[in-house]
Each structure stands twice: as structure tokens, then as C-alpha cells.
Design a protein around this ligand. Structure first.
Ligand SMILES: *Cc1c(COP(=O)(O)O)cnc(C)c1O
Length: 221
């Protein structure tokens, strides 16, 4: 199926209340333009340099999401325009996003990436760390950061039941934190090409879909 057909089908079939992030990392701007022409306005990228290069070549009404691990020294590259950072995994990163957002007189929306997978990957807070950080009140020191919700990447596995358990855990954590954050806390980012339907069943409000739309990524580029 073409990029256009995939976008059209996804936009028609995703339930109301589920936002589609088209994950376009490693794909050329022509592919993004095809998705844009089919009506897609939210794109997710994982590398700041690539993101900045694409912004310059595509229409201004696109919302750019940073979904990949973000080093603090790269925040300044994306701070002028990024609309949501999904991958906030430390207080150091929160502090730097706040600093750069203030420079541009912006408030930047973020999600806390939670690490639920039973693998060695280092990205993301574990649940207890995140709860401790939030209840410490430290976020008050970062007025230019607005927390919109949570994100997780499911374990890379064929065991879809394991992924569903992770997704349910993230949704439950979101429910627990919701009261404390108030109305702007409205986003549960989970589900990719292989598991987005299960993620939606478990309460996802934002799916990040790449290869289903754009095909395989060419990592040599
Ligand atoms: C690449 C990536 C995706 C998209 O993965 P697909 O399997 O191609 O849909 C989603 N989320 C994150 C964080 C990614 O890095």
C-alpha cells in the first residue's frame, strides 16, 4: 500500500480520541510530503539533526514530535519549534528543556517515558523513580515545561500478552497521576506498528506508527 493509502486507512480506522503520530525517521522528505498531502499533520522523529533538516523543507503547520532518546546538549536544536517531547527520562533533561523553552518564551509539552520492559534498555524512568520525582514537587522549578502524560515502548517480543500487561500498567499509572496534574495531563503514548491495536485496547490515546506507513527504514542513511 502507498503512504497515502496507509494514512487514509489509519485516519479512518483509529478510534476517536486516538492521535496518530506518523513516525518518519530515516525516511526522505518526499515520503513525509505524501503523508502530509493525505492529511497527516503530526510527525515523529528520533534524531534532532534529522528533525531540524526536515522542518526546513516541509509546511509550517506540521506538529513535530521528538520520540527518540534525547541528549541534553541537543535540546537547544529543537526547542524553538518542537510540539511534544515523548522521551523525557530524567530530571536533568526536564531542567534543560525548561531552560531552553524559557529562552524562546515557550512552554514545551512533554511526556515522561516509563521503562516497563523487562530488558536491559536504559531509557525511561522506572515507576518508583518517577513517582518519587513527581511527589517531591520538583516540577514547580520548571514552569516552562508542561507534563501532558506518559509514554512507553513495549518490550520487543512476540509475546503480545506481555506487551498488553505493560500497556495496562502504563494506563493505570496514568490514572493514578491524573488527579495531581489536572486537565492538561491527557496523553498516553503507546503502541507502534506491531502492537498499536492492543495498545489502544489497553487505553492508548496516541500511537506512534512508522513502518506500517512508510515501509522498512534504511538505517544506512
Ligand atoms: C521508531 C519508533 C516507533 C515506530 O516504530 P514502527 O515499528 O516502525 O511503527 C515508535 N516509537 C518509537 C519511540 C520509535 O523509536
Amino acid at each position: 500500500m502507498s503512504v497515502k493509502a496507509q494514512i487514509t486507512e489509519l485516519l479512518a480506522t483509529l478510534p476517536q480520541g486516538v492521535t496518530l503520530v506518523a513516525v518518519s525517521k530515516f525516511h526522505p522528505v518526499e515520503a513525509l510530503r505524501e503523508a502530509y498531502d493525505a492529511g497527516q499533520r503530526i510527525f515523529g522523529e528520533s534524531r534532532p539533526q534529522e528533525l531540524v533538516a526536515k522542518v526546513a523543507q516541509l509546511p509550517a503547520d506540521i506538529e513535530w514530535h521528538m520520540i527518540g532518546h534525547l541528549q541534553t546538549n541537543k535540546v537547544k536544536m529543537i526547542a524553538p519549534f518542537v510540539s511534544l517531547i515523548h522521551s523525557v527520562d530524567s530530571e536533568r533533561l526536564v531542567a534543560e528543556i525548561d531552560r531552553q523553552a524559557a529562552k524562546h518564551e515557550r512552554v514545551i509539552d512533554v511526556l515522561f517515558e516509563v521503562h516497563l520492559a523487562e530488558d536491559e534498555s536504559k531509557s525511561g524512568w522506572n515507576k518508583e523513580e518517577l513517582l518519587t520525582f513527581i511527589s517531591s514537587g520538583a516540577l514547580e522549578n520548571y514552569p516552562n515545561v508542561r507534563v501532558r502524560g506518559l509514554m512507553t515502548i513495549g518490550t520487543l517480543t512476540d509475546d503480545i500478552e506481555l506487551n498488553k500487561a505493560e500497556f495496562r500498567t502504563l494506563r493505570a499509572l496514568f490514572e493514578n497521576l491524573r488527579e495531581g496534574f489536572g486537565e492538561a495531563f491527557d496523553t498516553v503514548s503507546m503502541g507502534m506498528t506491531s502492537d498499536y491495536w492492543e495498545a489502544i485496547e489497553c487505553g492508548s490515546t496516541m500511537v506512534r506508527i512508522g513502518s506500517k506507513i512508510f515501509g522498512e527504514r534504511d538505517y544506512s542513511k
